[in-house]
Design a protein around this ligand. Structure first.
Ligand code: HEM
Length: 145
């Protein structure tokens, strides 16, 4: 069978990282020149990618690949899920700020921008660890009974 869901999984994961990188790039501009409309749109794409990623990922884990009986005993896979949840939680603050800035047509404070930059850097670092966990889970490393 053509690995449609595996390809989709990769595309969504790349889209998620691309959105975070684009947000970082936009946030480099001086506060008054940041396009808050663009930020909010990219963040919505980020949210959609994350939502689809969890749907496609769970579908693969439960119905395709090695099956839930394997993944529910795979330590790297469980860490991967925890990291994904942590990334999702971390993204709440930037999302609220982006929506607020766009709706209120106001400029974000420099301190808020610095905080969001820090959060996005942490999210990207967690994605790196998450990818290592994904590879370990795929190779059968860390299976616990
Ligand atoms: C930022 C989020 C994610 C990234 C970057 C990511 C990355 C990856 C990568 C690189 C692989 C391929 C591993 C390999 O073949 O060596 C993979 C496989 C997989 N991922 Fe994800 N993933 C993410 C989120 C998720 C989520 C949320 C789930 C489940 C809820 C999930 C479920 C799976 C499954 C089932 C596989 C197949 C593993 C296997 O071949 O046994 N992923 N992922």
């Amino acid at each position: 069978m053509f690995p449609t869901f595996a390809a989709l999984h990769f595309l969504l994961a790349f889209a998620l990282v691309a959105c975070l990188s684009a947000e970082l790039a936009l946030l480099k501009a001086p506060a008054e020149r940041i396009s808050y409309t663009a930020l909010a749109k990219i963040d919505a794409t980020y949210g959609a990618s994350a939502g689809l990623l969890i749907a496609v990922g769970l579908y693969r884990a439960i119905y395709l690949e090695k099956g839930w009986a394997y993944y529910s005993h795979s330590l790297p896979f469980l860490i991967k899920l925890t990291l994904f949840a942590a990334i999702a939680l971390l993204s709440i603050y930037p999302t609220i700020q982006f929506i607020g800035a766009r709706r209120g047509d106001k400029i974000m404070e420099q301190r808020t921008i610095a905080n969001i930059q820090k959060i996005i850097h942490i999210e990207l670092m967690l994605v790196v660890v998450l990818i290592v966990c994904a590879s370990l889970a795929a190779k059968g490393v860390g299976f616990v009974t």
